[in-house]
Ligand binder design. Structure first.
Ligand code: APR
Length: 226
């Protein structure tokens, strides 16, 4: 089976009602990254940060996968598919994708605030102040903040280097190290980009599909399955 590596960003979940970060009306239009998505923010005001991610979790639990998530799951019929996602939602899994690598964590789990590798399932939508990990520290959302290490990046780079086909969907490629992953894909490998606003990527054999995910991804998957 040919190995397909898919790298997704916020754009694939936009039509499920989850805001992207950098589009106009994106999440970072209403918030300062420094206030909610850094270790310093957590030190300064843990309640605010906890509440911000509790709200994100609530939105994710209320959202459902869209045609793009389902099309990628269908691609597994004929290909060995691994999805590397920057998204903290679980919509790929809910649509039926079996191999999903979460580069930036997953909002449906909590994490120790002193040891990032300690993560736990969450009962309901909220992490409450006072809920602690096994080491006695406050639980926080299992997400990678700006300034924190990205533990899955080496796994992701290795996967990209082994791709027979590469698909990039709904990401502005503004945030490193994730944005650099496309450089690990061998130059001769065909790379599709599905995004109404095609990001700049310096690699060869790029096929641009300037469509929204729910249009472009099913179209591409149909082509790949014939
Ligand atoms: N279908 C496909 N792509 C879309 C759609 C859509 N319906 N709507 C918007 N997009 C595209 C935009 O054109 C843009 O290229 O999705 C991309 C969203 O970019 P960002 O908001 O920058 O999101 P992303 O690239 O996932 O951000 C990366 O930054 O804030 C951090 O940790 C956060 O994982 C996130 C990372």
């Amino acid at each position: 089976m040919k190995r397909v590596i898919v790298l997704t960003g916020a754009g694939i979940s936009a039509e499920s009602g989850l805001k992207t970060f950098r589009d106009s009306d994106g999440l970072w239009e209403g918030y300062n990254i420094e206030d909610v998505a850094t270790p310093e923010a957590w030190e300064r005001n843990p309640e605010l940060v906890q509440n911000f991610y509790n709200q994100r979790r609530k939105s994710v639990l209320e959202a459902v996968p869209n045609a793009a998530h389902y099309a990628l799951a269908k691609l597994q019929d004929k290909y060995d598919v691994t999805i590397i996602t920057q998204n903290i939602d679980d919509l790929h899994e809910r649509a039926g994708s079996a191999n999903v690598v979460h580069l930036h964590g997953i909002i449906t789990r909590s994490q120790s605030s002193v040891k990032a590798s300690l993560t736990y399932p969450i009962d309901g939508w909220e992490i409450k102040m006072g809920e602690k990990c096994e080491l006695g520290s406050q639980l926080r959302a299992h997400v990678v903040w700006f300034g924190e290490a990205v533990p899955m990046i080496e796994t992701a780079a290795r996967l990209c280097s082994k791709a027979d086909l590469f698909i990039l969907i709904g990401t502005s490629l503004a945030v490193y190290p994730a944005a650099g992953l496309i450089n690990y894909v061998p130059r001769e490998v065909t790379k599709y980009i599905v995004d109404p606003n095609i990001p700049t990527a310096s690699n060869k054999h790029i096929i641009e599909m300037p469509y929204k995910a729910t249009i472009g991804v099913p179209m591409l998957v149909n082509d790949l399955l014939v």
